[in-house]
Design a protein around this ligand. Structure first.
Ligand SMILES: [Cu+2]
Length: 247
């Protein structure tokens, strides 16, 4: 093993170990608060992708650091550098590893994560909530209870909820950051997404618990938000009973 190769490999291992430690230590602080069961699947996928990305980045940085230090030139160059030579085995190895990593990511967390979300979505639905976006507000309907809310989205904790999402004008997107669930609101069609709130909470104490449009839909796009409130089942029923019924 040449000395150059040995130094780069050692540097790579050290940077990878430091990077993985940083991912493990910082991920809980980087991610927004989580308030739905489905969020665990998404967060696990995020962490796995970060951990797979670290060795790739570490290799590039290790090569860069070594090359900058080892092959640095002091003062102005007086002539052209040596011609570039291609390194066939190195390129083949790089392609092979990149392709293998991509396939791993497609299988896990790609397919395994989608299957886990699909299995979660397939559970019995406790509540249907229709969410209709229009520039620049959300209309929230509880069709089973004939209730409409335009000022907040109220949900029961531990209830498996199907959101039926639509739009009256342009593309919007249904997004509750702390649920990690997002889907387009498309004019002329209904899209569905499922979530199971896992803890009580509200926008007033955590601004990630909000329904936010996530599609640039016009000048007031960022204001297209309603606060979310997750209540105990009993409190949710009380809230429903206090609302004006519509036909
Ligand atoms: Cu919008």
């Amino acid at each position: 093993m040449s000395k150059q190769f040995f130094i780069v490999v050692i540097l790579w291992i050290v940077l990878t170990a430091a990077g993985e430690a940083l991912v493990i230590a910082l991920t809980p602080f980087l991610l927004p608060s989580r308030a739905a069961l489905e969020g665990q699947i998404v967060d696990d996928a995020f962490r796995t992708l970060m951990m797979l990305a670290v060795p790739v980045l570490a290799f590039v940085v290790a090569m860069l650091i070594y090359s900058v230090l080892r092959f640095r030139r002091r003062g102005e160059p007086t002539q052209d550098g040596p011609a570039m030579r291609s390194h066939g085995p190195f390129i083949a190895g790089w392609m092979l590893v990149s392709t293998a990593l991509t396939i791993v990511m497609i299988v896990h967390p790609g397919i395994t994560g989608m299957n886990a979300l699909r299995a979660q979505a397939g559970k019995d639905v406790d509540l249907v909530v229709q969410v209709e976006g229009s520039r620049w507000n959300w209309k929230i309907t509880y069709p089973q209870h004939k209730v409409i809310s335009r000022t907040e989205l109220v949900l029961p904790v531990d209830g498996h909820i199907r959101f039926e999402v639509s739009s009256t004008d342009v593309l919007h997107a249904f997004w509750i950051p702390s649920f990690r669930m997002k889907i387009d609101a498309v004019p002329g069609m209904m899209t569905t997404i499922y979530a199971t709130p896992s803890k009580t909470g509200s926008f007033s104490s955590d601004h990630k618990i909000r329904l936010q449009c996530a599609e640039a839909c016009g000048i007031l796009h960022d204001k297209m938000m309603v606060p979310v409130r997750v209540l105990e089942q009993k409190e949710f029923e009380t809230w429903l009973s206090q609302q004006v019924k519509v036909d």
